[in-house]
Design a protein around this ligand. Structure first.
Ligand code: NAD
Ligand code: UDP
Length: 361
């Protein structure tokens, strides 16, 4: 049986996707440099997938390394081929994801996100492995003109992070040789099968509390910050503006439970494996928007924790509302989100509180 290479498989979305894929019977090889994750996640993934110790090696392999190391990535493909477990597809999560950091370190972001992806694609090409699921982002839409945002909305990234994702999307359209800008589905005249997945706001955690988002350093995103206020790690949350043209003046986003997202990757992978060569560009979102205050109130209700906050100035580069049109993912993948905002708060806090316990004892 072939294997699936998961770059960045120890990270937030990658680890949850690994659990879903292992439970579906796939053999996985993870490459991760642990720049934003920890090796201990691997044993949690194995535990959640109920892998017996002796078969773990065959089902789940870990390579510590950088996707920019072309020699190493080539070796991974070579060894898998020699062992009779040829890599048949890649799910490419590895990358840097902080908008704020990308403004400070544009060269690093272009190197990891864009050059790193190009090198990976070169190795895939050498080994005739031409099935790819790529982590893109709603950030490529910039400040959207129409809500909900569908896949034909203009691409207009407004920060280096978003630009690196848009650049990779263009590269993927080139190797697939399609005019993907105007149509979310294009038959590929080359033999590549590619799914570009534009995530909206991934949050929550595995319901077991065994894996979840574990950002290194100070998080920039709302959900981990709410959790840290609940935990007592921070005194309060700054809400970036209450004068947006929204239901209560605070920013509205489309929050998607990471387990729904993981299922979306499985659906995309399986769609590519059974279809003709194509380039598919899809939003992964719930289609529902929630304001900052709505998320805080839901979190307080579910967890019984008080979230103190202060209204602050708008954050540079923010937009009022970002909500996906999830119709195409339903059409092409038969996928839609199943979990609610309440599930997100429940599972997110379950993970956060178990983590506090782990850190203390
Ligand atoms: P994450 O940081 O938790 O996971 C990324 C993983 O990649 C980490 O384990 C990190 O150690 C690893 N990594 C980073 N650079 C690497 C390199 N050069 N070589 C090997 N491994 C490397 O992030 P995530 O939230 O799981 O995001 C996964 C992907 O989805 C990223 O490409 C990100 O840009 C994209 N995305 C994330 C979000 C979000 O809000 N989480 C939204 C849209 C898109
Ligand atoms: N936000 C906030 N305070 C924070 C972080 C975020 O009020 O400390 C708001 C932000 O303005 C946006 C929403 O929360 O309206 C989601 O922000 P996040 O950074 O999580 O996601 P993104 O802006 O990338 O969609």
């Amino acid at each position: 049986m072939g294997s699936i290479l998961i770059t960045g498989g120890a990270g937030f979305i990658g680890s949850h996707t690994c659990v879903v894929l292992l439970n579906a019977g796939y053999n996985l090889i993870i490459i991760d440099n642990f720049s934003n994750s920890s090796p201990s996640v691997i044993s949690s993934i194995a535990k959640l997938a109920k892998l017996e110790d002796k078969i773990t090696e065959a089902r789940l392999q870990l390579v510590k390394g950088d996707i920019r190391d072309k020699e190493l990535v080539t070796q991974i493909f070579e060894i898998a081929k020699r062992k009779g477990t040829r890599i048949i597809a890649v799910i490419h999560f590895a990358g840097l994801k902080s908008v704020h950091e990308s403004i400070q370190k544009p060269l690093l972001y272009w190197d990891v996100n864009t050059s790193g992806t190009r090198k990976l694609l070169e190795v895939m090409n050498e080994f005739s492995c031409k099935v790819l699921v790529f982590s893109s982002s709603a950030t490529v839409y910039g400040d959207p003109c129409v809500i909900p945002i569908d896949e034909t909305s203009p691409i207009n990234p407004i920060n280096p992070y978003g630009k690196t994702k848009a650049a990779v999307e263009m590269l993927l359209a080139d190797i697939s040789n399609c005019q993907q800008r105007t149509k979310p589905f294009q038959k590929s005249p080359t033999d590549w099968r590619i799914a570009i997945l534009r995530y909206f706001n991934p949050v929550g955690a595995h319901p077991s509390g065994e894996i979840g988002e574990d950002p290194k350093g100070i998080p920039n995103n709302l959900f981990p910050l709410i959790n840290q206020v609940a935990e007592g790690k921070r005194d309060l949350l700054h809400i970036f503006g209450n004068d947006w043209p929204t239901i209560d003046g605070t920013g509205v986003r489309d929050y998607i439970h990471v387990m729904d997202l993981a299922e979306g990757h499985k659906a995309a992978l399986e769609k590519l494996l059974r279809s003709e060569p194509q380039l598919l560009t899809l939003n992964l979102g719930s289609g529902k928007g929630h304001s900052v205050l709505e998320l805080i109130h839901c979190f307080e209700e579910v967890t019984g924790k008080k979230i103190s906050y202060q209204i602050a100035n708008r954050r540079a580069g923010d937009s009022a509302i970002s909500i996906a049109s999830p119709k195409l993912a339903l059409k092409y993948l038969n996928w839609s989100t199943q979990k609610s905002l309440k599930d997100i708060c429940d599972d997110g806090w379950n993970w956060q509180s178990k983590n506090i316990y782990k850190n203390k004892f």
